[in-house]
Ligand binder design. Structure first.
Ligand SMILES: Cc1cc2nc3c(=O)[nH]c(=O)nc-3n(C[C@H](O)[C@H](O)[C@H](O)COP(=O)(O)OP(=O)(O)OC[C@H]3O[C@@H](n4cnc5c(N)ncnc54)[C@H](O)[C@@H]3O)c2cc1C
Ligand code: FES
Length: 275
């Protein structure tokens, strides 16, 4: 059992949890994730390790209520427990010391972006972060991102905070103004990462993405999370979740994300709980 030490509502339906998991906390690196089970009959759910405090033995998870399992976590309180927290999983991000970086994150994508920004910052990288959300109430972890960035640019779909527009508009503007970046990170919904990668490819900026493929076991056994990167099949849970965004087949990723919708709804064709 893994105790929830703290819980905070960051935005409607988005929670920050500090979970006591000393072994995971002591080994976690930027880019790692955990597989969580709430109770014995529940599915395994992947969450990025958004932060770790080895001294306190805690990891930070940011959970957006999307369906049954994440809503169950949303209903828990500090003092409650999670049945399993398995990790750290995945391949840590390769942090190449670079002079300048632009981080582009949308919605809940801020959570996986934050540890990468911290890791690059620790190497002395100058960081500009572009954060996008549908409206001003949906921004999360602003203080944390501002603490590790030299500049933060906010954009909203409805113009309620920062500039009105998409993260790709803000990114294109920076690059058109002649700003130079040695590296980009793009994390958010698949379409947002795809669009960002189109921009960075055009301007020749290498780009790391974190793929939110559907995962079942999280340990390379089931093949559910396979993606195509540079024409090769990769298992996101062991070889990712971070990849070279210019090589990812996003159309296939998006198709595969929809592949298990029937199972997620627990519909009549669902075979995921049949054994
Ligand atoms: C490496 C990785 C890191 C992630 N980190 C975070 C995070 O830090 N915070 C966060 O809120 N979410 C994160 N996610 C997404 C999160 O795992 C899903 O939102 C969650 O599994 C939804 O489960 P559900 O039962 O609540 O919703 P469901 O109704 O089952 O699904 C809602 C949507 O979530 C996605 N999803 C469902 N099951 C899975 C699964 N097993 N694996 C991946 N995606 C799934 C699908 O897009 C689906 O349409 C991450 C996903 C991956 C792959
Ligand atoms: S989730 Fe099963 S192989 Fe990756």
């Amino acid at each position: 059992m893994f105790a929830i030490m703290e819980k905070e509502l960051l935005a409607p339906g988005i929670h920050r949890l500090e979970v006591l998991a000393p072994l995971v906390a002591s080994k976690a690196k930027a880019g790692n994730f955990v597989m969580v089970r709430v109770h014995s009959g529940g599915e395994r759910i992947p969450f990025t390790i958004a932060g770790n405090n080895p001294k306190a033995g805690t990891i930070m998870l940011v959970v957006q209520e999307a369906g049954k399992s994440t809503k169950a976590i949303g209903a828990l309180q500090a003092g409650d427990t999670l049945l399993d927290v398995v990790g750290p999983l995945g391949t840590p991000t390769h942090i190449e010391p670079v002079k300048s970086l632009v981080g582009v994150c949308g919605g809940i994508g801020v959570a996986p972006t934050l540890p990468l920004l911290k890791a690059f910052r620790a190497k002395g990288t100058e960081i500009v972060t572009i954060m996008g959300a549908r409206n001003k109430d949906l921004f999360i972890l602003r203080d944390e991102v501002e603490a590790v960035s030299d500049e933060v640019i906010y954009v909203t779909d409805d113009g309620s905070f920062g500039a009105q527009g998409l993260v790709t508009d803000a990114l294109t503007q920076l690059l058109e103004e002649g700003r130079k970046f040695d590296q980009a990170i793009a994390i958010g919904p698949a379409r947002m990462m795809q669009a960002t990668c189109k921009v960075t490819e055009y301007y020749g900026v290498p780009t790391i993405v974190s793929l939110n493929a559907i995962m079942v076991d999280g340990t390379g056994m089931c093949g559910a999370c396979r993606v195509t990167v540079g024409g090769e099949t990769k298992f996101t849970c062991v070889e990712g979740p971070d990849f070279d965004g210019h090589k990812v087949d996003f159309e296939e990723l998006i198709l595969r994300q929809a592949f298990y919708r029937e199972e997620e709804r627990g519909g009549e064709n669902c075979q995921c709980h049949s054994s």
